[in-house]
Design a protein around this ligand. Structure first.
Ligand SMILES: Nc1ncnc2c1ncn2[C@@H]1O[C@H](COP(=O)(O)OP(=O)(O)O)[C@@H](O)[C@H]1O
Ligand SMILES: [Mg+2]
Length: 424
């Protein structure tokens, strides 16, 4: 639950940007002058080809004597996007803090130049002893790779006064789905669930096509604006799945417990896009139920909840179950059929089919995002609702409160002032 007035982590070193609300002129980071070319390289000088404006073409039959001391395969500077220093966080005026999550704190802020309202996620770097963390690099990289209507837009990365102050600047989105579900008076309609699922699936299909696993899909990482559009956020655990993995395989410390796929629970160190699809199944169920599907306190409880709802895995439903590293440590309950129908009495047969394909035990048989987009559930009545027809809700992240009927609304400036004083 976004606690906009919640305390910030005591250990967090605060930058002046964190503290100051005033409009003191920003201390701009000294902008490093880009090295200018003093003179063109001397003829035959192949030592610095990457600095020349036009790439130096290596001679066809270069003798070993003429070989430069670095690889000829280093691409020239012109092959890269221009390298420019990050802008300062003081280009933004802090408005309020939205949420302190596991990896960073998120602020709402205003771009001083354009007036745009944005969200700034401060990366947690204080405890880093080994340089810039790979997780932060992966998060930035994944956001840059996954430019899609249903993925939160990254605008830039800005820096504060110290090396530990690095912020991702994103488009500000009014809600996260977890908070929204908790304030909505009634669950989403079937037609709305379909729209949200189609958007989520199309974002996930897009990421998977680009070899990005999200690995932490859950309702608090799905943002939603007041125009009925979902944006997948928080790529803090994302990873390219085509990359070679280390000897230990992929980490099992991924995916928030309630949304974690059974293969991860059973110790698999090679897993793939199917882990995200299991999470999508849990989100689908949560949208239908208006509460999380598996609210377990620990892994053992979660596994037994899954076995209870879906029936224990069998040779048919999960042929490789016995090869899972932790399978030997499990005692399977007596076989019984899945109880999905009892749990979701109102959904159509097609809806139940999609849910059971997302929650398939066998990762190889679990439906992919691409296939799920074509599932008959989405083309049967009621059809997905147009996003423009979704209702809008007050945004807790923007400090808006639900208006009580009959009570006069506070003047906007006064409300803003309250926010500014409340949040520190
Ligand atoms: N672009 C954004 N616009 C509005 N709120 C956001 C935005 N990004 C994140 N948030 C809020 O901040 C919370 C934490 O952000 P998230 O990226 O999930 O960080 P963490 O890795 O700490 O979980 C989200 O659950 C959401 O409520
Ligand atoms: Mg998160």
């Amino acid at each position: 639950m976004a606690d906009v007035a919640g305390p910030s982590t005591p250990s967090r070193k605060r930058s002046r940007w964190d503290d100051d609300e005033d409009n003191t002129p920003p201390v701009e980071k000294p902008v490093q002058k880009r090295r200018t070319k003093s003179k063109p390289p001397a003829a035959g000088d192949t030592r610095t080809p990457e600095r020349s404006a036009t790439p130096t073409v290596p001679p066809q039959n270069a003798s070993s004597r003429a070989r430069p001391h670095h690889s000829l395969f280093v691409p020239p500077r012109t092959a890269h996007p221009p390298l420019v220093p990050s802008r300062s966080v003081y280009c933004y005026e802090r408005l309020n803090s939205i949420e302190e999550g596991s990896y960073g704190v998120v602020f709402r802020a205003r771009d001083k130049e354009t007036g745009d309202i944005v969200a700034l996620k401060k990366l947690k770097l204080e405890e880093e002893k080994h340089g810039f963390p790979i997780t932060a690099l992966r998060e930035i990289n994944a956001l840059m790779v996954c430019k899609h209507e249903n993925v939160v837009g990254i605008r830039e990365v800005v820096v504060g006064d110290t090396l530990t102050q690095v912020f991702i600047v994103m488009d500000f989105i009014e809600h996260d789905l977890k908070n929204l579900l908790s304030i909505m008076p009634s669950p989403f309609l079937q037609s709305e669930v379909k729209t949200l699922m189609l958007q989520l699936l199309s974002a996930v299909a897009y990421c998977h096509e680009r070899w990005i696993l999200h690995r932490d899909l859950k309702t608090s990482n799905l943002l939603m604006n007041n125009r009925g559009t979902i944006k997948v956020a928080d790529f803090g655990l994302a990873r390219r799945y085509g990359d070679p993995v280390g000897v230990g395989g992929l980490t099992q410390l991924v995916v928030t417990l309630w949304y974690r796929a059974p293969e991860i629970l059973l110790g698999a160190t090679t897993y793939s896009t199917a882990v995200d699809m299991w999470s999508v199944g849990c989100i689908f169920a949560e949208l239908l139920l208006n509460e999380p599907l598996f609210q377990a306190k620990g892994e053992i409880e979660l596994i037994s909840m899954i076995f209870k709802l879906l029936g224990p895995p069998t040779k048919e439903t999960w042929p490789d179950y016995n090869t899972m590293p932790l399978a030997k440590t499990m005692t399977l309950p007596a076989p019984h059929p899945a109880q999905l129908r009892q749990k979701f009495p109102y959904i159509t047969a097609a809806g139940l089919d999609l849910l059971s394909r997302l929650l398939a035990y066998d990762p190889d048989r679990r439906i992919s995002a691409e296939e799920a987009l074509k599932h008959p559930y989405f083309s049967e009545s009621p059809l997905p609702k147009h996003p423009d027809l979704f209702g809008s809700f007050p945004s807790a992240a923007a400090g808006e409160k639900r208006r009580k009927p009959d009570s006069p609304s506070a003047p906007v400036r006064a409300a803003d002032y309250k926010l500014l004083t409340e949040f520190d």
